[in-house]
Design a protein around this ligand. Structure first.
Ligand code: NAP
Length: 247
């Protein structure tokens, strides 16, 4: 049996076990399994990995940054972003990767237009991954924060008609609107949204958030985080399946 898992907290509604176990059944690799591993802390991580016999695992909130200290090596992208969501166990060592970057990059491709600038709502781990991809793509962007500090950050109260007009790609990386708090939404001036805008919500549960509904009401193109999630999972799988560390 080859075992994989997801390490994090409050995992009961996670997408990954269903996704991977269905994939294993569909592809006839019944000797593979994927399970949830709720951890309070990362202390004793290697013991847990050995006890469970994991060949690889995903990492989620709140460990994507903290896990770095526990790893033997990081790939170049994970090192630059400072966050890991995929770990491969190889010869008893732990190697960290960031497949959120790949998932976000690939899912964004159909929505990239010359001169389209972006606003990233939130400044957490997912916002860092999104910012990294936008930088790589030379897409000008600003972060929207409740407590703006850095020069490329702006407060929600300062989102005026010019800012919204000039930033036609708006990406929600806050948890506002995520299950079970479905009624939440980021406080942006939705009345200024137009059919030229793209509202991308990283949330995938519920599949249509209030942020997306409000954008749709103004004629904007909207998408949720499902595609990104599937792409990052498939990329993790490729990493685990590769014979060595280069993929
Ligand atoms: P996080 O580290 O907790 O950061 C979220 C950021 O949102 C915070 O830094 C904060 O920025 C802002 N925020 C938090 N609570 C808020 C509130 N009550 N009101 C306004 N802003 C608030 O979380 P994360 O790891 O970045 O994940 C964020 C979301 O992305 C989650 O919903 C997660 O499920 C989703 N996600 C999806 C995928 C995918 O594959 N689709 C992958 C990764 C993450 P400020 O303090 O600067 O305002």
């Amino acid at each position: 049996m080859t075992r994989y898992g997801l390490i994090g907290r409050n995992l009961e509604h996670s997408f990954s076990p269903t996704y991977f176990n269905k994939k294993f059944a569909r592809e006839g690799i019944a000797d593979h399994s994927y399970k949830l591993l709720e951890l309070d802390t990362l202390k004793g991580l290697m013991d847990e990995v050995s006890r469970e016999g994991l060949a690889g695992f995903n990492v989620t909130i709140p460990f994507k940054e903290k896990i770095i200290n526990q790893l033997d090596e990081l790939d170049a992208v994970a090192r630059k972003v400072g966050a890991v969501n995929t770990v491969k166990v190889h010869d008893g060592k732990l190697y960290g990767y960031n497949t959120d970057i790949y998932g976000f990059h690939e899912s964004l491709k159909p929505f990239i237009k010359p001169d389209r600038k972006a606003l990233i709502l939130g400044t957490g781990g997912a916002a860092k991954a999104v910012g990294y991809v936008l930088r790589e793509l030379n897409i000008e962007h600003r972060f929207v924060s409740r407590t703006p500090g850095f020069t490329n950050e702006i407060g929600y109260d300062n989102l005026d008609v010019f800012t919204i007009r000039d930033h036609q790609l708006i990406i929600n990386t806050t948890p506002l609107g995520m299950y079970p708090y479905n009624e939440g939404f980021p406080p942006i001036p939705y009345h200024l949204i137009t059919p030229e805008h793209v509202l991308y919500d990283l949330i995938y549960n519920p599949p249509e958030t209030v942020f997306m509904k409000k954008g749709k009401d103004k004629g904007a193109t909207v998408l949720n985080g499902q595609k990104m999630l599937e792409l990052q999972a498939e990329r993790s799988w490729e990493i685990w399946q590769a014979p060595g560390l280069e993929v």
